[in-house]
Design a protein around this ligand. Structure first.
Ligand code: ZN
Length: 295
């Protein structure tokens, strides 16, 4: 696989399949690779909306540079020197609106799936076989869902493309849509081996934890032994500003959090904090797995 004139080619100079999208703009300084899932079933499903010029609603035009099918089929919609429209409202590392800074890949995957009345996994009326579904908790949510699995052929194709794009465009990080819009997005979701791919691309130890979903916002943030002002302050309280936290549970205006760094000499604390003292961070939520809670 190689890139010629901002398009993908096989090593024998045969181009990859292209289905040009009219939805792109010119200013583009890629720095990140952002992964998505189509919430559909086939490449054709996924491509349809990504090439739709939407004359009725031009504000809803979307696109991505590539679509990768479940069998590993790679289709290019936008050349790598043009800005595709896949991020929507987004924030990362102080940058608002990531489209002009990110190459976007849509992976064909149904995303989260529900059980129907017969106990079968379905998405928009279509049955997903049991063996294609894994039940997982998204680190941003507090319940377990079914998620369609990503087949090895699709993951392998994504790795191959990403390993080409990172050095070619000097990309600095791999992100999920869920990382840059944690309020609204859950793609590519917990069934995708994001941490593994991230480690492969950035030469990190896969097991190395990078955590946090929230951070403290005030100068002093008391943490307590229970969900209310009436509970005594916990050891290590108050936390200073910008301390990373994983939220384990919520109760009214209070959150039970895992303090992800040692503060005031106290490592790895779990305690309650008022929710108006924390805000969601734009950090890699996929790396945060709540610790096993002691009985
Ligand atoms: Zn997305």
């Amino acid at each position: 696989m190689k890139i010629t004139n901002y398009l993908l080619y096989h090593d024998n100079d045969i181009p990859y399949e292209t289905i040009p999208s009219p939805n792109f703009s010119n200013y583009f300084r890629p720095e990140y690779l952002v992964l998505h899932c189509t919430t559909g079933f086939t490449v054709e499903d996924g491509v349809r909306s990504l090439i739709d010029p939407r004359p009725d609603r031009p504000d809803l035009r979307v696109s991505a540079h590539l679509v990768i099918g479940r069998e590993g089929r790679v289709v290019q919609l936008v050349p790598f020197n043009k800005c595709a429209w896949h991020c929507g409202p987004s924030l990362w590392n102080g940058i608002k609106g990531l489209n002009s800074r990110a190459i976007g890949i849509e992976l064909v995957n149904a995303g989260d799936v529900e059980r129907d009345g017969l106990g079968q996994w379905v998405k928009r009326g279509r049955i997903i076989p049991d063996e294609d579904v894994v039940e997982l908790q998204h680190p941003l949510d507090y319940h377990v869902h079914g998620w369609q699995k990503y087949p090895p052929e699709q993951v392998a194709a994504t790795l191959e493309v990403a390993q080409l794009l990172f050095p070619a465009y000097n990309l600095s990080d791999l992100l999920g849509h869920e990382d840059i819009n944690p309020q609204d997005r859950r793609d590519p979701g917990p069934a995708f081996p994001m941490q593994w791919l991230h480690a492969r691309l950035l030469n990190l130890n896969e097991a190395e934890p990078v955590k946090y979903a929230y951070r403290t916002t005030r100068v002093l943030n008391p943490i307590r032994s229970g969900p209310g002002e009436e509970f005594p302050e916990a050891e290590g309280s108050p936390l200073p500003r910008n301390i990373p936290l994983g939220v384990l549970e919520e109760q009214g205006d209070w959150a039970f959090v895992h303090v992800l760094v040692a503060v005031n000499g106290v490592p790895d604390r779990m305690a309650w904090i008022a929710k108006d003292r924390i805000e969601m961070d734009t950090l890699k939520l996929r790396h945060y797995h709540p610790p096993a809670l002691a009985d």
